[in-house]
Design a protein around this ligand. Structure first.
Ligand SMILES: NC(=O)C1=CN([C@@H]2O[C@H](COP(=O)(O)OP(=O)(O)OC[C@H]3O[C@@H](n4cnc5c(N)ncnc54)[C@H](O)[C@@H]3O)[C@@H](O)[C@H]2O)[C@@H](O)CC1
Ligand SMILES: Nc1ncnc2c1ncn2[C@@H]1O[C@H](COP(=O)(O)OP(=O)(O)O)[C@@H](O)[C@H]1O
Ligand SMILES: [K+]
Length: 497
């Protein structure tokens, strides 16, 4: 599923109209038909439609015509005094020619009339503003939005909830709280922001007749990860295969007092299919792994020569969980970046020690995946967490491009990007918000890298499967722990093949 800002829509719209010769009124008609599909014509009888003066309002006026043609009772309100856009005017004139009464909302008494109509209606269709909203919502617009939110039983927003920025996810003063938003051609970037669901409700994408090649021409390669895409990439294990076919993962993790992180990462690597897994750590952590992950091999962290030799042979290295923020960790990161041409998954303390030293990433011999949560990303970039969360994709992309790495920016809607192509993960949930969950993901991604998946595919499959596993377990559990994921990840990956 494609994700974009509003400017893409304006570009593809322009190309379709000017180069392909599709009249803009046809696109508007297609948009209206896309919305009508979701208006529950079989169950509902009385609709209130509220239109602005731009093309979003034009869509709503075309929707009105279809509702009337379907025999529904409709009250139509036009709000504001701006001149109408050309196509809005066309649909307005058609309704006037049909003898449909359109009530103007320009003062407080009109707002009370709107309130009465909404109270009696089954559904409100919101076509006040779309992606053309530029400034703070004030005056009658502000009042109308409040009345809709207070009284509507069910609000369906056209393209975006009015008052919401499809680009940034900001609310311009006041905003419709929809039960459903029918958006066109692409999932809007702003919908990804934390809290946007409160305004958009369920989001549905409708095509409006613009050919895919036009969208691809301008699309900046941002996608929602879809199950079928992950299924296509995830391969079954071959009948005649042996452990040598599934690679060797080195896990550098754990320290005195933080042995759980290394056990989790190591076990996650084993359980998600690596041919061989070796933990490098202190004696306590090795003891834990000997007890809880008998399948894994281990090497004490003081055997420098042995470790460096092994680094040159393994297919992937996961480094960071539970290592502690120390000079020793920094030296280990440097050593890994220098000595392996396999894929390196950098997490937790291995990220933290790179604060102010991110240029080291540019010296990596192998491919690098970093898996920060927003707090770690803030430390790494020197930005505030709030800033990171307000523009997750762009910040992750920029970092990936600058340092030539893959960034897996974790949290709700984890972003996976190499700076060129970006994926947004829909799986996972709040039940997974507890310690060890990230260590587990690190082990899974490193394991998939060792098995021969490209770093980007391993990141996408790993993140998606980790979240889907959490979703399944959470169906009957209040909290999902890393141990729950480890116990179920093999089944989840199997279901994805
Ligand atoms: N491919 C496309 O681009 C298509 C777009 N369509 C619709 O067109 C919409 C975009 O249309 P427009 O660009 O005309 O923009 P909008 O209809 O979103 O809004 C623009 C209008 O609102 C006014 N306005 C903006 N901010 C305001 C504020 N704070 N207070 C008061 N008035 C304000 C503007 O002056 C203008 O009159 C989309 O969201 C979608 O619904 C559809 O018609 C189908 C085709
Ligand atoms: N609300 C949520 N929705 C989706 N995924 C979540 C949610 N909360 C946590 N997760 C996932 O759980 C993992 C937590 O990682 P992290 O914060 O690094 O944990 P830790 O450092 O304790 O191991 C990430 O993969 C994250 O995306
Ligand atoms: K709208």
């Amino acid at each position: 599923m494609k994700v974009s800002k509003g400017e893409l829509i304006r570009e593809i719209d322009k190309y379709s109209i000017e180069k392909l010769g599709i009249p803009s009124i046809i696109l508007m008609e297609n948009a209206a038909l896309g919305v009508v599909k979701h208006l529950m014509l079989n169950e509902k009888e009385y609709y209130v439609v509220i239109c602005g003066r731009g093309n979003n309002g034009g869509d709503a006026l075309a929707v009105t015509r279809h509702l009337i043609a379907a025999g529904k009772k409709v009250s139509v309100f036009s709000i504001g005094l701006n001149p109408m856009s050309k196509d809005c005017g066309v649909n307005h004139d058609i309704l006037c020619n049909m003898g449909v009464k359109i009530t103007n909302i320009s003062n407080v008494e009109d707002i009370e009339f709107l309130r009465d109509s909404i109270i009696r209606s089954d559904v409100v269709v919101d076509g006040i503003f779309g992606i053309g909203l530029k400034r703070e919502v004030r005056g009658v617009y502000d009042l109308a939005i409040t009345v809709i939110n207070e009284t509507s039983k069910k609000t369906i927003s056209i393209d975006v909830p009015s008052g919401f920025s499809g680009d940034t996810g900001e609310v311009f003063g006041n905003c419709i709280k929809a039960s459903k938003t029918i958006t066109f051609e692409t999932y809007k970037r702003g919908f990804l922001n934390y809290g946007s669901h409160e305004y958009t409700g369920e989001v549905v994408i409708e095509k409006i007749g613009i050919p895919d090649f036009v969208v691809d021409k301008y699309h900046n390669k941002e996608f929602f990860l879809e199950r079928k895409f992950i299924q296509k990439k995830t391969k079954e294990r071959a009948l005649y295969s042996h452990k040598g076919n599934y690679g060797h993962v080195m896990v550098i993790a754990g320290s005195e007092g933080m042995t759980g992180a290394s056990t989790i990462a190591t076990k996650a690597a084993v359980k998600s299919g690596a041919g061989l897994t070796t933990l490098i750590s202190c004696e306590d952590a090795l003891q834990a792994v000997r007890n809880f992950v008998p399948e894994a091999m281990w090497k004490k962290n003081d055997d420098s020569q042995g470790i460096e030799t092994l680094m040159g042979k393994v297919n992937s290295i996961a480094i960071g969980p539970g290592l502690g923020k120390s000079n020793e960790t920094l030296n280990n990161v440097k050593r890994v970046l220098k000595n392996t041409d396999g894929t390196i998954v950098i997490d937790a303390d291995a990220i933290n020690v790179l604060e102010g030293k991110t240029n080291l990433l540019k010296e990596a011999k192998g491919n690098v995946i970093i898996t920060p949560h927003p707090g770690e990303m803030a430390r790494l970039t020197g930005m505030e967490i709030k800033k990171i969360q307000s523009d997750r994709i762009e910040i992750a992309k920029e970092f990936a491009r600058e340092y030539g790495v893959i960034v897996v920016l974790k949290g709700y809607n984890t972003i996976i990007t190499n700076g060129e192509v970006s994926y947004i993960n829909p799986t996972g949930n709040g039940a997974m918000a507890n310690g060890g969950m990230g260590d587990c993901l690190t082990g899974i991604i490193a394991s998939l890298c060792a098995q021969g998946y490209s770093p980007m595919d391993a990141s996408c499959i790993g993140v998606y499967a980790h979240g889907e596993c959490g979703d399944k377990v959470s169906e009957h559990k209040f909290v999902v722990t890393a141990t729950d994921i480890i116990d179920n990840i093999s089944k989840t990956i199997k279901e994805l093949t």
